[in-house]
Design a protein around this ligand. Structure first.
Ligand code: TUI
Length: 312
């Protein structure tokens, strides 16, 4: 039950994919999610290729199940990372912040499925020509770099725009979000924020606790020129806001934001680090093993589907 097209495409048991979060989504989390029947993803971020290879090998040592690597197209190492992925025959690649089109033929040759992340139907339509196997449509509720369309509005439009399965992301916490996404035509869901609070996630405890403490209005969008990043409000976002109000130049804003994700996720400085998290942070109340998160999502979804009997 609840085996969808994306499960068949990727060879996974449940239609639950873990977001490929830079500095946060390491082998330990990816392997735990894949072991539990979802699709775990290693977030390559700006990491050099040898680190990504190490994470891939660690994941393979932990589990035989399919897993993926998220390639961040603004990384200086994109070409080398793609080569590592090809050499290691990684089953799935998700991509962010750019067009993976030119790499798709090489990746397909070794059997890697390519799933670009998009934040608009326009972008999905453009990227579809290059032969993507599926899409992840990220609504503006999600954490990190976001577009400006909500998940509710985005999903149906991406589903209409492309002829391949769509995975919904942004604002998804549990079975309710999964069922809603399926109703909108999606084939599965991607969760980032809730998986940061997985027991196996190597993000700093302070980062996890900041998410657990957050309420529904505790995230804010920072950014300029149409590039927005959703983070938890803290001293950094206040300083950022006052710079914006003083009319500081873009370079100064950029300097303040540089490297701040690592400061939060690795060093645990949640006052002056960039604590990227989605609006769903308000729903995350505890640290749980990844397998328990997935089981909870699936049992809640099944319960809703069984109970929902509309008279027509
Ligand atoms: O990438 C994200 N979300 C992110 S990235 C990030 S921060 C980071 N910091 C250090 C290292 C690595 C990452 C935090 N959150 N989401 C995926 C996404 N991709 N959203 C939108 C897009 C996108 C944008 C433009 C995809 C394709 C695209 O193509 C433009 C083109 O060239 O056609």
């Amino acid at each position: 039950m609840l085996e969808t097209e994306i499960c068949r495409l990727l060879g996974i048991k449940y239609p639950v994919i873990q977001g490929g979060m830079a500095w946060v989504a390491t082998a330990k989390l990816a392997a735990a999610v894949s072991k539990a029947g979802g699709l775990g993803i290693i977030g390559a971020g700006n990491a050099p290729p040898e680190i990504v290879r190490e994470e891939i090998r660690k994941t393979k040592a932990f589990t035989d199940r399919p897993f993926g690597v998220n390639v961040y197209y603004l990384s200086p190492y994109v070409e080398e990372i793609i080569q590592v992925i090809i050499e290691e025959k990684v089953p799935v690649v998700t991509t962010g912040a750019g067009n993976p089109g030119k790499h798709i033929p090489q990746l397909k040759k070794v059997g890697t499925k390519v799933i670009p992340v998009v934040s608009s139907a326009l972008l999905a339509r453009r990227l579809q020509r290059s032969g993507a196997d599926a899409f992840i449509a990220e609504g503006m509720e999600c954490g990190g770099h976001v577009g400006d369309i909500t998940t509710m509005v985005l999903i149906s439009q991406v589903v209409d725009a492309v002829g391949v399965p769509v995975i919904a992301a942004g604002g998804i916490y549990g079975g309710k979000g999964l069922v809603a996404s399926l109703a909108l035509g999606a084939s599965g869901v991607q969760l980032g924020t809730r998986f940061i609070c997985a027991a196996e996630c190597t993000a700093h405890e302070n980062y996890k606790q900041a998410i657990i403490n957050a309420k529904d209005r505790d995230t804010v969008l920072t950014g300029y020129h149409g590039h927005y990043v959703r983070v938890l409000k803290n001293r950094l976002t206040k300083e950022y806001e006052s710079l914006v109000q003083r009319g500081a130049p873009a370079e100064e804003l950029e300097r303040l934001g540089m490297g701040r994700l690592r400061v939060a996720a690795v060093d645990g400085d949640v006052a002056m680090g960039s604590v990227m998290a989605g609006q769903v942070a308000g729903l995350v109340k505890k640290i749980q093993p990844a397998a328990e998160i997935i089981e909870e999502i699936m049992s809640e979804a099944k319960e809703i589907l069984q109970k929902t009997q509309f008279k027509i």
